[in-house]
Design a protein around this ligand. Sequence first.
Ligand code: 2HA
Ligand code: ZN
Length: 279
Amino acid sequence: METRLVRDFVKTCTDGWLQGWHERNGGNLSYRMKDAEVEEVREYLNEDAEWKDVGTEVPGLANEYFMVTGSGKYMRNVQLDFEDSVAIIRLNEDGTRYKIVYGLINGGRPTSELPSHLMNLEVLKHRDPEMRIVYHAHPANTIALTFVLPLDDAVFTREIWEMATECPVVFPQGIGVVPWMVPGGKEIGIKTSEIMKTRNVAIWAHHGMFVCGHDFDETFGLMHTVEKSAEILVKVMSMSDRKLNTITPQDFRDLQKPFNITLDETALYEKKSNKIGER
Ligand code: 2HA
Ligand code: ZN
C-alpha cells in the first residue's frame, strides 16, 4: 500500500524512533482517515473481519476508519514491516466495536491505548473536523520534569513556555497534566480527552505525552517543541534551582497581537520568587 498517508504515517513513527521516544513498544499513533483515503485503499480492506469491543464508547466516530499502530508493536519496525505493525480499523454504527480491516497480518490488536486515542479523536473532531491525528510517545525530558515540577497545568505550561519563545506561539492553549494513572483504559482516556477539549498537549505523569494535530508534521512538531523545551528546562535545573533572567508574563502578553494568538491566562500568574516550579 503505497499512498501518501502511508508514507506520512511511517515517517512519523520512524522520526519518533530516531528521537529516542519509542523504546521497545513504547508509544502509539492514530489517524482518522478521510473518505478519499479509505477509497484509495478500498481494494486492500477486508470488511468480513470480526467485531471486537473498543473498551469505551465513541459514538461521534461511528463507522469511521482509522490507521493505528498495533499493541506490542515497535515504532522502529513500522518502516520495516508496515503490514505487521499497523492496522486500519473500522468502527461500528454506535462506536462501541471495531474490526481490523487491514494489517496486523501476524495477529495482534490495535494499540493498547486505543480508548485514549479514540476518545481524543472524538473530542477533536467535535472541536475541529480536520483534527485527525493523536500521537503518544515517551520523551525522556518531559517525563523527567513530572518528578520535580508540581503536577499542575498552569505551572507546567508556564515553565515550559518560558524555555523557548516559540512555545506560546506553537501551543497557546497550554498543557494539561494527568496525574499517574493506570494506562490503557477508559479512565485515563476520559482524563486525557477532557484536556483535548481545549488543548493540544497532555502530559501523563511518569509516563509520557499525548499531542494532536491536523497533519503529521504539525503533530510531530508539537511533540518535538514541548520536548525540546523540557530538555532546556532540565539543563537549566541541573545548573540551578533559580533563573537569573526569563520571559515575563508581560512579554508573553506582548506576543499575542503580532502572532495572532490568545494565551492561556491561568499560566501567566505573577511568581513569588525566581525558584523554578514555584507559583
Ligand atoms: O506500549 O506507550 O502507553 C505502548 C504505550 C502504552
Ligand atoms: Zn505509553
